[in-house]
Ligand binder design. Sequence first.
Ligand code: 3PY
Ligand code: MG
Length: 247
Amino acid sequence: MKAEKPFSKPLIGTIISMASPQVAEIISITGFDWVMIDMEHSSLSLENVENALQVTGEKLLRIVRVPGNDEIWIKRVLDTGCDGILVPMVNTAEEARRVVQSSKYPLEGKRSVGLARAHKFGPGFTDYLEGANKNLVIMIQIENIEGVRNIDAILEVKGIDSIFIGPYDLSASMGLTGQLSHPDVVSTIKIIKDKCRKAGLPYGIFGMKAEPMLSELNDGCTFLLCGVDSSNLLNSYIDILSVLKKR
Ligand code: 3PY
Ligand code: MG
């Protein structure tokens, strides 16, 4: 899907962490606006990512979370033809600049020019190269207290399209792992949101359950990310068994 920058409405998404093309296809036909294909916390390979992109088609925005802030991962993932990347654990402006440099073709950056699925294996080469720097969605995660301390400088880095808040890693970096409703975690997340709003940059956030995420939509979140395929599957089986094994 062509990214509609600047993003004018909230986008509701979920995480693909399983290699099954059927899972990706099911997610793509349920009406999600975007999906995050997760190479950071899964065993997904580049081939699995390409398969997910092939079956989801252009119905929704497909963002791939790279395993880390690494030039080699970023170029290989972008060459799959995804609509953008999410880079975890960006803690300083220098790290954010590195993301932009790895993601943009020269002269804006230093992404290497190759021929891959993104370029329709050849015929799309010129079109892709002309549009990539403008169209690809470059998102970075602020998910460590160090990133929050450096947020003003990070928000000044040109070429980042959205911040993404990682509540779990953020809470862990504060010594409060998983305590997402702890007042210190809540107030730290609020600092990130307020700073993004002030800078005019969209932000996204992740949550496991839909109901508590409703308030995020009212609060101005753009990239809402809810649930993970594997745990959704697990929970639906637990629900079935909790009913049927009751008697
Ligand atoms: C986190 O909560 O740390 C995340 O990265 C969510 O995707
Ligand atoms: Mg994280």
